[in-house]
Write a protein that binds this ligand. Structure first.
Ligand SMILES: [Zn+2]
Length: 129
C-alpha cells in the first residue's frame, strides 16, 4: 500500500492533498451516478479549499487526456504486441475500458489536478499556518 505523505496516496485513496485525512468526494463510490460529481467544497478535516479558483477543474481535462493516452498505449501494447489481436477487437477493448473506467478516470483526473497545486502539510507544520 502507498503510504500517507505521498501524492500517490492522496490520488488513489481520494483524500485531501493537504492533510491526507479528509475525503475528497462526498460519495466514495465513483459508480453511484447520482453523486458522481459531488465533491466537498473544502476538506472536512483541515479546511483546505478544493476549488482554489473558479473553474479550476477545467485543467483536469488535460490530466484526463494524459490518462487516456496512457491507457491507449497500454491497450495497444497488450492487445497488438503481446496478444497479436486484430485492429477492431483492440478498439473494442479500448472502448470498453474507457467507458467502464470513465467515472473513475474522471475522479482520478480531478484529484490529480488538485495535487499538482496543493502540497502535503505534515500535521506539525499545519498548526503553525
Ligand atoms: Zn485536508
Amino acid at each position: 500500500m502507498i503510504g500517507k505523505g505521498t501524492k500517490l496516496y492522496s490520488i488513489f485513496a481520494a483524500k485531501c492533498p493537504s492533510c491526507h485525512e479528509g475525503d475528497f468526494f462526498i460519495d466514495q463510490n465513483a459508480y453511484h451516478f447520482k453523486d458522481m460529481f459531488k465533491m466537498h467544497k473544502r476538506c472536512p478535516k483541515c479546511n483546505q479549499s478544493y476549488e482554489p479558483e473558479p473553474n479550476f477543474y477545467y485543467g483536469a481535462m488535460y490530466i484526463s487526456y494524459a490518462y487516456t493516452v496512457a491507457i491507449l498505449l497500454m491497450v495497444l501494447l497488450v492487445c497488438q504486441v503481446m496478444l497479436d489481436m486484430e485492429l477492431w477487437p483492440t478498439v473494442g477493448v479500448l472502448a470498453t475500458i474507457l467507458i467502464l473506467g470513465g467515472p473513475y478516470l474522471f475522479r482520478l483526473s480531478r484529484i490529480t489536478w488538485l495535487n499538482i497545486f496543493v502540497k502535503y502539510k505534515k500535521p506539525i507544520s499545519r498548526k503553525n499556518d
